[in-house]
Ligand binder design. Structure first.
Ligand code: NAD
Length: 328
């Protein structure tokens, strides 16, 4: 069988890396997946899957051997509750993973390298109100990213630029804005707000209240996983060397998100607010002007449609693992 190219997906045991692996296999690529763990909820479709710790340089060199392109998705990360309380661990691990993977890619003569950055690189001073202006790529400087996690992302964006300038390695940098969907972590402390809310609503009985972090008036935009992998692929195939936002540009408050999930579940759900819990920035949205211009495309899946799929999957997983989901 002939393949379009041989690619490495790091973090292929994780949420986006697992979906991306399936997508690339369907597109006709030979895929090697590498991670410290296998995918949690379904088997990988990678042609080869290797368990490796990419904080070690020898592992990075072995992972990259014989591939044409690298999609770098491995990271020590989680939702706001995790990244606000594990800063040293996150910067240490992610610096080691990303710097050594790109260096291994250079040594092996890889032709194209994708770095997965984040909306967390955007400065805090641009995200102080709930009705915040959408963030344009050029808003990244003067820099004031999210402590720990965001600083490493912004630094690695620079590293990618210098590897292109000095070594001729073609790099692509994508800034994700809250990706969600089936097969994403939904409990254990690393989950993000859509998954946590789906889990809490699923476990609640109609008429119950669920706990919301903060006053719930903080805002975000959310992008469904199928749009995410489509966007990654299009960016990788483009000639755009600068960082690019990849997200939806529909701003919604956490309270509205809870109401939306409750409606999907067919339950009446109240809210109690923990004002001491981590909340991150007050408001954050993606400006997709450049995304449309560069890719001739933008995310297609509505928040309602994506949440419905995520909710059904999480509710199903809870049942499968022995929990009671009232109303299912
Ligand atoms: P994830 O946690 O589900 O996947 C990351 C994977 O990296 C995990 O499977 C983990 O085991 C693996 N990993 C961690 N340390 C490793 C190591 N030392 N060696 C090998 N593998 C290791 O996260 P995700 O949501 O799939 O995120 C993928 C990428 O996208 C990351 O770079 C993340 O920072 C970025 N990102 C994600 C979002 C989002 O909303 N999901 C937003 C912004 C940026």
């Amino acid at each position: 069988m002939s393949f379009k190219a041989r690619v490495l997906v790091t973090g292929a045991g994780g949420f986006i890396g697992h979906h991306l692996t399936s997508f690339l296999v369907d597109q006709g690529y030979w895929v090697r997946g590498v991670d410290v763990k296998t995918p949690e909820y379904e088997p990988t479709r990678a042609h080869e899957f290797e368990l490796r710790d990419l904080t070690r340089f020898d592992s990075c060199l072995a992972a990259v051997r014989g591939v044409d392109e690298v999609y770098g998705l491995a990271a020590n990360m989680g939702g706001i509750g995790f990244i606000e309380t594990h800063k040293a661990e996150i910067v240490r691990d992610n610096t080691l993973i990303n710097l050594q993977t790109i260096e291994a890619a250079r040594i092996h003569g890889v032709s194209r390298y994708l770095y997965t950055s984040s909306a967390c690189i955007y400065p805090g001073y641009k995200q102080k109100s709930a009705d915040v202006a959408p963030l344009r790529e050029e808003d990244a400087y003067p820099a004031d990213p999210e402590d720990g996690y965001g600083w490493e992302k912004l630094y690695m964006e620079r590293v990618c630029r210098h590897y292109t300038e000095d070594f001729g390695l073609e790099t692509r940098v994508v800034r994700f804005h809250n990706i969600f969907g089936p097969l994403g972590t939904y409990e254990g402390g690393r989950e993000k707000s859509p998954a946590a809310i789906c889990r809490k609503v699923a476990l609640a009985t109609s008429g119950d209240s669920i706990e919301v972090w903060g006053d719930g008036l903080q805002t975000r935009s959310y992008c469904y996983i199928d749009d995410c992998v489509q966007g990654i692929f299009r960016l990788m195939r483009s000639e755009h060397r600068e960082p690019l936002n990849l997200g939806q540009d529909r701003l919604i408050s956490i309270n509205e998100l809870v109401d939306m999930v409750a409606k999907i579940a067919g339950k009446k759900i109240g809210r109690t607010h923990d004002l001491t819990a981590p909340q991150g920035v007050r408001g954050r949205n993606s400006d997709n002007t450049k995304l449309r211009e560069v890719l001739g495309w933008e995310p297609q899946v509505s928040l309602e449609a994506g949440l419905e799929l995520a909710y059904r999957w999480i509710a199903g997983e809870l049942v499968r693992t022995g929990r009671t989901v009232p109303g299912l």
